[in-house]
Design a protein. Sequence first.
Length: 559
Amino acid sequence: MATTAAKDQKFGPYGAPAMEAHGHSKEETPSGSQLTEPADELLEAFGYTSEMNRSRSTLNVTFMSFVLASVPYGLSTTLIYPLQGGGPTTIIWGWVLVCLLMTCVAASLGEITSVYPLAGGVYYQTYMLSPVWCRKLAAWLCGWCFTLGNIIITLSVNFGTTLFFIGCINVFRVDDGTGSGTTTGIFEATPYQVYLIFFGITTLCTAISVFGNRWLHHVDTGTVIWTFLGTLAIVICVLAIAAEGRRNAAWVFGGFEVNNGWSPPGWSFCIGLLHAAYATSATGMVVSMCEEVQRPATQVPKALVGAILLNMLCGLIFLVPICFVIPDIKAIVGGNLGQPLPAILSSAIGNDVGAFVLTVPIIILGIFCGTGCTTAAARCTWAFARDGAIPGSRRLKFDSVNQKFGLPLNAMMLCWIVQVLLGLIYLGSSAAFNAFNGSGVIFLTLSYVIPVAISFFSGRKALTNAKFHLGKLGWFANAASIGWCAFAIPLFSMPSALPINQSSMNYACVVFVGGIAIAAGWYVIKGKEYDGPRTTETTEVLARQPSNVSAARKSSGHV
């Protein structure tokens, strides 16, 4: 019956059945009305009602994706990893390598998103692409990984901003009082003080996301400008002053120093890739904004790929000059600032005040990044909750959109609560930041690869009429994505340095296993009541018989 219905159905511009006219001619309908938006018709065909305002352009989404990465910030807060894992070679070439691999991931996700452009993102895509016998479980697993990844990466960003802020303050030195002539930072924060600063930053980012929702796309545009201006200011100052001299190009582009205890050197290089992987891990989070753009099937895929290329360029502009003024790496790695960049800037500028001033743009960028991640995480959580996959979704209204603010307020508050609770881990172990970085990357990486792998091993049949199609290059992009993700998941569970101590231990695997255990436990309890994403006769046809969609589209003149 579903097949017959599909043959008689007219198909819209995204490959989904066209909905009946709403009684308004093109001339009668006001500009921006959601009644005649093709994307809203697609959403209704998939069984959902449009609840979000479609106000973002392609540039807005690209800029938001750029802000989610906030490259100078992301690369600054995790610079310790490549400094330990090889120095300049790992910093620069590791960044290029990971960006190229993430371009494959972004393009692969873009193809799938152009067929299924919903806020559920990879979760919904996994359900639609999976065989009927396992699609509920596959979607549940992917959805939990994507949701937890969104929340934990947001937590990691806010915690990174906290530690970076403290490190920047500590460029100001005072005598340690021992009489030995050594100095220490002016603010030796206790774990409790670190947590309070983190709590304040997390709350600030959430408040900006809630009360500034209508202006966030302007904030994203401003952040891009701020990022490049701040980066140029840092680059020009460190290269012009270079108080302790400059490294030669041979060292910058080919120097390799292992300071993390790992061997062989190639493995040390790989451990250092967490730096670049963390900065690009938010690539797929922007898919959750599909229901806030007018043409998600083309705008979001373009934003995914465009943002990665923009990030790679910005990263190189930032990293190469920094490598020219890096002082003794062992001194930086063994220093007591906790963050390498403030120490590098202090060395390059030659005075503490100048170094601190140059870190201010990155601190502010960290706030913007946290706000962007909060926004995306809330949309992802809301999309997953509206299908009943999160405990208390209906009763606590995690599945609803607050009409006053025009956003999923309860889902956003859930994200805030999870972050402040997980942040308490830092009170017991200073290795918490490593765990947040690693587990966030692992969760998101796994969620990205699941739909890509299913599509790849099913012959990419569902992508035949994708609005964003890679052609034969899609096979290569998919294979590279799967290979990278399969390698990255165990890699980023490794300790950052040997021998293992309290600060180098990586508890990412513990957080990851804990998250999967919660997802599995809830599935055992509520799995029988979970039916997966909402479906209609249309979605069943799209999921099981994509060739029929192709034929119907061609017959109706939509190519």
